[in-house]
Design a protein around this ligand. Structure first.
Ligand SMILES: Nc1ncnc2c1ncn2[C@@H]1O[C@H](COP(=O)(O)OP(=O)(O)O)[C@@H](O)[C@H]1O
Ligand SMILES: [Mg+2]
Length: 261
């Protein structure tokens, strides 16, 4: 099962991705992939030591593609680097449990549209491998764009979740993501509402999503425990009685059901 989590910056993608990864890893093997330029999935898993993103592993990129990262235009390098061993060797085991692994992709400075540079070739190949070849559950914490995913990879994403919050901005982003996802061939899309403080706010979002013909699979209330967990550098799963955690548990269940049918 491959799930991509997207949405406007700050809506709660990382909180949802990290918490879902923790919950699902209680019954399945899970790869949590940080593919957002604003990398902080590790801290939502309670990992505080610094992690070098794969995009900054210069020696590795050179070894696998045959070219220096950021090398000049026109340099010849392998566009099909060997990467099948990398998910295992580069992933960080969370809490020494073998069921949950984290991979931090990092970003590539883009030189215009459709940049083909050694680092992006390596990241794309890695993403393809994780999504097409692995049996594990893969949870992608992504930025609002879907350009990391080639068409083949996108088609293999079982569910794309768009996180939205009360307000027009994240809804506009959702609309844009919906279009991009359809263009690139992602089969299923659903929304999670986050940070609603009351019923009025939640209803507002539900109505708007209905107009946009987007399904809602859950709602996470605004909850100070999320902020508390963030301040303490702890994963939300350590606050199992919090309203936010409980609602993400329900979302995990809905996702499992949804992907099954
Ligand atoms: N349900 C919630 N209640 C309160 N604060 C939240 C909630 N969800 C997320 N936050 C806070 O909002 C901020 C952004 O969340 P984050 O998950 O990092 O968003 P994103 O990954 O989309 O940028 C964080 O400081 C987080 O603690
Ligand atoms: Mg984030």
């Amino acid at each position: 099962m491959k799930i991509a989590i997207t949405g406007k910056g700050g809506v709660g993608k990382t909180t949802l991705s990290g918490t879902l990864a923790c919950i699902l890893s209680q019954g399945y093997k899970v790869f949590a992939i940080d593919a957002d330029p604003d990398m902080n999935l590790a801290s939502s898993l309670g990992i505080t030591e610094p992690i070098t993103p794969i995009s900054k592993m210069k020696d590795l990129i050179k070894e696998r593609t045959g070219a220096e990262p950021g090398s000049s235009f026109g340099e010849v390098f392998k566009i099909n680097p060997k990467i099948s061993d990398l998910p295992k060797s580069l992933s960080i085991n969370y809490d020494d449990k073998d069921n949950l692994k984290l991979l931090v992709m990092g970003t590539v400075d883009k030189g215009g549209d459709g940049c083909v540079c050694p680092a992006s070739v390596l990241l794309k190949a890695l993403m393809r491998n994780l999504i097409l070849k692995k049996d594990e559950i893969v949870i992608l914490d992504m930025e609002a764009g879907v350009e990391h995913l080639g068409r083949k990879t996108a088609e293999a994403v079982d569910l794309m979740i768009i996180v939205v919050e009360p307000g027009l901005k994240s809804l506009e982003t959702a609309e844009r993501i919906k279009r991009l996802a359809a263009d690139i061939g992602i089969p299923k899309i659903a929304c999670v509402i986050n940070k609603a403080s009351n019923e009025t706010e939640e209803k507002f979002v539900i109505e708007k999503l209905k107009e946009m013909d987007l399904e809602v699979i859950g709602s996470i209330p605004r909850d100070e425990n999320v902020i508390l967990a963030d301040m303490e550098g702890k994963p939300l799963i350590e606050y199992p009685d919090s309203a936010a955690f409980k609602s993400i548990e329900k979302i995990a269940e809905s996702i499992l059901n949804k992907v099954k049918d």
